[in-house]
Design a protein around this ligand. Sequence first.
Ligand code: SAM
Length: 250
Amino acid sequence: MPLPAAKSTPGSTERNRFAQNLFAPLPQRYDRLAEILSFGQNGRWRRAMVSRIGPADGQAVLDVASGTAGVALQLAERTGASVIGVDLTEQMLRQGQRNVAGSAMAERIRLVAGRAEQLPFGDGTFDALTFTYLLRYVTDPEATLRELARVIKPGGRVASLEFMVPPSRFWRAWWWLYTRLLLPAGGLLTGGREWFAVGRFLGPSISGHYRRYPVPWTVEAWRRAGFTDVGVRVMSLGGGLVMWGTRAGG
Ligand SMILES: C[S@@+](CC[C@H](N)C(=O)[O-])C[C@H]1O[C@@H](n2cnc3c(N)ncnc32)[C@H](O)[C@@H]1O
């Protein structure tokens, strides 16, 4: 039951349209290829992020950039929460809806269309919030973080997952080779033209994001947006980054 597509949402940006065009053709193979192309690391990273939310029986958790609902499903299963997943791309949400309907969690997960930059929820609606692979797709990451903080209750938990550029020069060289050569080739072989485009886009997108917004900047941006006790965990030699914090004022 995804709500109307976010493309009709007032305030929709060029970046939003770019993300929609990128993700619209992907949902059918997304879950399988996200695992294959990350050598199974995506699943590990997700589990590490969801662990930061902890038990949340009967609580309300918002999962932003929910896509095909992989994180939303895990949140509902592992924390006992009721979960709302919000995403910009209707096609991803439709696949998410099929995934949710085929699971034992259908009663506790609802998916809605919306933009992280302008969430369709009131202040302090949620006990906790997760967001995954989001900040590279928004024009102003700090303003988006403020919007995420707005909908969490004071004292509520937040956790995120994003790709990262390995800090070690040695692993960065391998990472560069992987993202610039193997990922596009692997995408093409396993998913065709659309996944080739994603494979080509990802490496430069991740590098460009961290040139502009290095990890220490991001930690400070979380604090300025209203989160305390901000922590980071570098995953898989620097291929991924899990972050967490608490909404100030609890
Ligand atoms: C790489 S997918 C991740 C999906 C899911 N979180 C997962 O881990 O499988 C990124 C998702 O972010 C969504 N997205 C991009 N920009 C967004 C925005 N501004 N607001 C909400 N969702 C957005 C895309 O539509 C896409 O489904």
